[in-house]
Ligand binder design. Structure first.
Ligand code: NAD
Length: 324
């Protein structure tokens, strides 16, 4: 498939979309033009004012699609993805001719992604649609170190182009096997990392309440079977990883409501495919309650340590006294 890569659309300029787009702009030729849309006009206007020679504000997703050969979408949930692609008159699929390659980077349910893909096949047979969700957070988006989980096979003819484009925003590009399997991989990853964050919080809490220095406990985990990126790099206990959100009042990072959304989508997927979950309902309850706790709302998901009653002021205390 031949593409004129000089016209690229981007829809959804939020926390992730803006830094991803900035890397794309920076790493493409000066004559490559970008067509932007977001329901909130402010981030689009800001970028267009900053980079007038490269960026153009569009009226709706159809407008983006009529001007672009390739489009990336990065919106919050399945309902937004449906609206962007399928709204009659103003959606991406209302464009004639439409774009040739569509990449949805949002984390949504697989059923919506497959329904959008089917609509693309029906209404615009020469267009290719892929689910390409990401992991790595805002920092990964800024540093162009995201992991992209691509919903395609290793021998998909579009893979070289996907790798070329996504490689400008990410470091690890993994073909997950076929349509919607990028999303499946993303949901499985977040189910797992969400449970590990709860487990690390609980285990740290046991050790700290028994009188252990959390630095010592973290170094034991690091060199034993409890080792994990959550404990090593994103520790829920404040003061152990200086760069982690926990050490900055749980600011920045991956919001607890996004973790709750992804966790719920993973549990739904498990129910649909008949995968038994021992911890799914409990994990979902923990993240739902954390998300609704006024002390935790809108903060990084590792704030689950606070929700579970972890001691955040441990550094100020004398740990030599015997604990009960
Ligand atoms: P965000 O809320 O910051 O940004 C989403 C943007 O989409 C907003 O600017 C919003 O105005 C726009 N939008 C909503 N509906 C729209 C529509 N119909 N048309 C056009 N624009 C619309 O969210 P985010 O943090 O950038 O996350 C986006 C997606 O990436 C989510 O699915 C999220 O789960 C996933 N994700 C986020 C992170 C993270 O750390 N924030 C990490 C990995 C994956």
């Amino acid at each position: 498939m031949a593409f004129d890569n000089n016209h690229i659309g981007f829809i959804g300029l939020g926390l992730m979309g803006v830094p991803m787009l900035r890397n794309l702009i920076q790493k493409t030729d000066d004559h490559c033009q970008f067509y932007l849309y977001d329901v909130a006009s402010e981030p689009v206007e800001k970028l267009c004012a900053e980079l007038p020679a490269r960026t153009h504000q569009c009226q709706n997703p159809r407008d983006v699609a009529e001007k672009s050969d390739i489009i990336f979408t990065m919106v919050p949930e399945g309902a937004h993805v449906r609206a962007v692609y399928l709204t009659p008159e103003t959606g991406i699929l209302a464009a004639r001719p439409g774009a040739a390659l569509l990449c949805d980077c949002s984390t949504i349910d697989t059923a919506t992604s497959l329904a959008v893909r089917e609509a693309v096949i029906q209404q615009s047979p020469s267009t290719r649609f892929f689910d390409t969700p990401v992991s790595g957070g805002v920092l990964g988006a800024e540093r162009a170190t995201l992991t992209f989980m691509m919903g395609c096979a290793e021998d998909d003819p579009s893979l070289p182009l996907l790798k070329d484009l996504l490689g400008k925003m990410g470091r690890h590009l993994i073909a997950c096997g076929g349509p919607s399997l990028g999303l499946t991989a993303k949901l499985c990853n977040n189910y797992c990392s969400g449970l590990i964050a709860i487990a690390v919080s609980e285990a740290m809490n046991i050790g700290m309440k028994s009188g252990m220095d959390p630095h010592v406990l973290a170094s034991v985990f690091h060199s034993s079977t409890a080792q994990s990126a959550i404990c090593d790099d994103w520790c829920p206990v404040p003061g152990l990883c200086p760069e982690a959100p926990a050490s900055k009042g749980y600011k920045g990072g991956f919001k607890v409501q996004l973790m709750r959304k992804d966790f719920a989508l993973a549990v739904d997927t498990a129910n649909r495919v008949g995968a038994e979950l021992a911890l799914g309902e409990k994990g979902l309850e923990v993240y739902t309650e954390t998300m609704n706790d006024p002390r935790c709302k809108d903060l990084d998901s590792r704030v689950v340590f606070r929700y579970l009653g972890g001691d955040e002021d441990w550094e100020k205390k004398d740990r030599s006294a015997p604990r009960q």
